[in-house]
Design a protein around this ligand. Structure first.
Ligand SMILES: O=C(CO)[C@@H](O)[C@H](O)COP(=O)(O)O
Ligand SMILES: [Co+2]
Length: 214
């Protein structure tokens, strides 16, 4: 069953609670929260304070995507503020095994994200320890970018790795996901779709989420 996680980056932050209620009512399975630090990526977004306000606005799981350097410094704070899944970038973690176990020790599910150019081989010795692989289908930092089709073969490769080692793995795709690219991702093996612009800019958010899930 494919799940859909709308990315708050495309929401109207003036009315964040209303935006969260809107996608919750429209059938979202999780809320995807993009955390950016102005170092790992050029943009700056959300900290634990805003995450905590999101948690008070929904009963859906919060899927927190950390696009930050030295994430170990902030992982406990994000989990205290309501993160159910914490995903770190392999490119930002020299001690990835330690970081993953820090997430788990603090009581959240652990994910590893990789950029479009990063080979999936980097996951080989960590896949058994994690709950989720996030394949970036755009370069991280901004919403509203075009889907990078060359990532499809990486989704297929992670699906094979999952079948061989970790059958209940979330295979999440993030960036440029819409009604045209979602079927390509799910056919390749993705089971969790992040969509920001497509869901939040759609006139009927329920229809948008339904089309992605199809
Ligand atoms: O992590 C990111 C961007 O770095 C994503 O979560 C985007 O927020 C997805 O936005 P769309 O491409 O769907 O508009
Ligand atoms: Co994201």
């Amino acid at each position: 069953m494919v799940k859909v996680a709308p990315s708050l980056l495309a929401a109207d932050f003036k009315s964040l609670a209303d935006e969260i209620h809107s996608v919750e009512g429209a059938g979202a399975d999780m809320i995807h929260v993009d955390v950016m630090d102005g170092h790992f990526v050029p943009n700056i977004t959300i900290g634990p304070l805003i995450l905590e306000a999101c948690q008070r606005s929904t009963t859906l799981p919060l899927d927190v995507h950390l696009m930050i350097e030295q994430p170990d410094r902030y992982i406990p704070a994000f989990i205290d503020s309501g993160a159910d899944i914490v995903t770190v970038h392999a490119e930002a973690c020299p001690h990835l095994h330690r970081t993953i176990h820090l997430i788990k020790e603090n009581g959240a599910q652990a994910g590893v994200a990789i950029n479009p150019h990063t080979p999936v081989d980097i996951l080989k010795h960590i896949i058994k320890d994690i709950d989720l692989v996030l394949l970036m289908t755009v370069n991280p930092g901004f919403g509203g970018q075009s889907f990078i089709h060359s990532v499809l073969e990486k989704i297929e490769a992670v699906k094979v790795m999952s079948e061989n080692t970790k059958k209940d793995l979330w295979i999440e795709v993030d960036g440029g996901v819409d009604e045209r690219t979602a079927p390509l991702c799910t056919q390749a093996g993705a089971n969790l779709l992040v969509a920001g612009s497509y869901v939040f800019k759609h006139t009927d958010r329920g229809e948008a989420i339904g089309k992605l899930r199809e």
